[in-house]
Design a protein around this ligand. Sequence first.
Ligand code: A2P
Length: 293
Amino acid sequence: ASKTIKLNTGAEMPTVGLGTWKSQPGAVEKAVEHAIKFGYKHIDTATAYSNEAEVGQGIKASGAPRESLFITTKLNNIDHRDPQAALDYSLKQLGVGYLDLWLMHWPAPMTKDWKADKEHDWLDTWKAMEEVYKSNPDKVKAIGVSNFSIQYLERLLPEAKVVPAINQVELHPSCPQEELVAYCISKGISVTAYSPLGSDNSPLLKNPVVNKIATAHGVSPANILISLQANRPHVSVLPKSVTPKRVEENFTIVDLSEEEIAELHKIDETHHFRACNPEWAGHGHLGFPDRIG
Ligand code: A2P
């Protein structure tokens, strides 16, 4: 597995980053500081996580020079009508001068009271993000999307002046999304895996196939799940933890064989949950059935 992936902007994104979804203020500051001091160079947050300020404090406390880090945040659903203001807010919260990557969190514009904003098209949000990107090269180095299925990308790409650098989606053995990953790569879009462990209380950590491969490599089940994503070309991965020992553990990547990768992806045939749960099928990958266009 490579230590960085190259984005379509030419920038290098460190393959393993610290995820911070559901990392509470208080805990997240320490986790970020610890991760950076341990060697992480890639930190992912979002306005919707309500922890940008604490993530920023952790970055500052680490003492790492800004240029040595890769920092991502995301445009909140309720901010689709004013991306420039949202960007400036995120920069202020994080206490940094620029983002390495800024993502549309979901293709789901919402009003300030969190109802679907049916009068606003997410495609116009992308166009506005392109404008912000072009007119603020000092504030944002790359733009991309998150939670986009193929259907959404097929609507976006013919209209896009800037091809998204990243599509950040849920990826783990119960949700390998091989077709989506291949599609993104064919379009020059790299992919970032969130919830690589399957999120909280994940059954994947107890899965016999995962455990068998972990034993063979002399590492933990979490290491195998994170390595699975890091071993995929053009894919980076965001394990989330606020536990210092786990933050350290999760930074170790092992090389998996093609057979092991295939075996891990086969788990998908029997165990679906979260975004790949068939119960969500009627809602597409995204849970926003009426927002395609
Ligand atoms: P915590 O943050 O309390 O350490 P994902 O990255 O798939 O979203 O998974 C995050 C969840 O997995 C969190 O509940 C996190 O708990 C837990 N977790 C993170 N790293 C490990 C690990 N190495 N072993 C077991 N659980 C972990």
